[in-house]
Design a protein. Structure first.
Length: 239
C-alpha cells in the first residue's frame, strides 16, 4: 500500500547528542503502526523529529509523498501529534480546549468545528458531560480523552500518539485502545508510540521495536507479538 508517511535513515537529537541513528519506517494509508521499546530508546524523539519539533540531522521525512515541512505545515496538511504530557490548557474549559484543536482549519477558512465537536462527543460522551468543566479538574483518563478529542477536531489524516496509556488505569487503557481501533477501522492512519507493548501490538497492523535509537526489529504486529525475543524482553513471559 502507498505510504502516507515515510521516514528514511533519520538522524536526530538534542544539540550535539544524537539520539536517533538512521531510523527508517513507513505508515501506510489507513493503517496503525506501533513503535515500541524501552525508556530512552528514542521513541518520543522520533515523533518530535517527524513533526519538525526537533531538527533533523540527517535523513528524510516524506509526508503524502513530499518532503515534510514545518510543524505548522504538517498540521495544516493533516498530521497531528498528541504529546505524552497531553499539553492541555488547564485553566480553560473542555469545550474551549476542543475548539483550539480546530484552529488550523479555521485559519484556512474551514468552519466545521461544530460538526467535529459533535463527532468527538459521540466518541467520548464523558467529554460532553464535562464540556464546561476546567480541563485541570479532569481525571487522568478524561484528560487523555480530551487530548485525543482535541486532535480529532483537526480532522487529521495522520494521528501521532505518544504514550496514550501513560498513567492510566487498565480499564481506561482498554477504552482508549478500543477508540483507536475504531478510528483506524474508519480509515485514519495512526503512528502509535507506546511502552505497553502487549496492548500496542494487539491493535496495530505493523510494528517497530526501537532500541538505543535504532530499529532492532520490525514486522507485522501479530508476528512481533509471537517473536521469542519480544516475548522475553517486553511481554514478561517465556515459552
Amino acid at each position: 500500500m502507498t505510504a502516507l508517511l515515510r521516514v528514511d535513515n533519520l538522524h536526530a537529537g538534542y544539540g550535539k547528542v544524537e539520539v536517533l541513528h538512521g531510523v527508517s519506517l513507513a505508515v501506510a494509508e489507513g493503517r496503525m503502526v506501533a513503535i515500541v521499546g524501552p525508556n530512552g530508546a528514542g521513541k518520543t524523539t522520533l515523533l518530535s523529529a517527524i513533526m519538525g519539533l526537533l531538527p533533523r540531522i540527517g535523513g528524510h521525512v516524506l509526508y503524502c509523498g513530499q518532503p515534510a515541512g514545518s510543524t505548522e505545515a504538517l498540521v495544516a496538511s493533516g498530521a497531528v501529534l498528541v504529546p505524552e504530557r497531553r499539553a492541555l490548557f488547564a485553566d480553560m474549559s473542555v469545550e474551549d480546549n476542543l475548539h483550539l484543536g480546530a484552529y488550523a482549519r479555521r485559519r484556512l477558512g474551514i468552519r466545521d468545528a461544530p460538526t467535529a465537536m459533535r463527532e468527538v462527543f459521540t466518541i467520548f460522551p464523558r467529554l460532553e458531560e464535562r464540556r464546561h468543566q476546567l480541563a485541570g479538574t479532569l481525571s487522568g483518563g478524561e484528560r487523555q480523552m480530551l487530548a485525543l478529542g482535541r486532535a480529532l477536531m483537526a480532522r487529521p489524516r495522520l494521528l501521532l500518539l505518544d504514550e496514550p496509556s501513560l498513567g492510566l488505569a487498565p480499564l481506561i487503557v482498554q477504552a482508549i485502545f478500543r477508540v483507536l481501533s475504531e478510528l483506524r477501522a474508519n480509515g485514519l492512519s495512526i503512528l502509535l508510540v507506546e511502552q505497553n507493548v502487549r496492548a500496542a501490538l494487539q491493535v496495530a497492523d505493523y510494528g517497530y521495536v526501537l532500541e538505543m535509537g535504532g530499529v532492532a526489529m520490525e514486522g507485522p504486529a501479530t508476528d512481533l507479538a509471537r517473536d521469542q525475543r519480544v516475548i522475553a524482553s517486553y511481554l514478561g513471559q517465556r515459552r
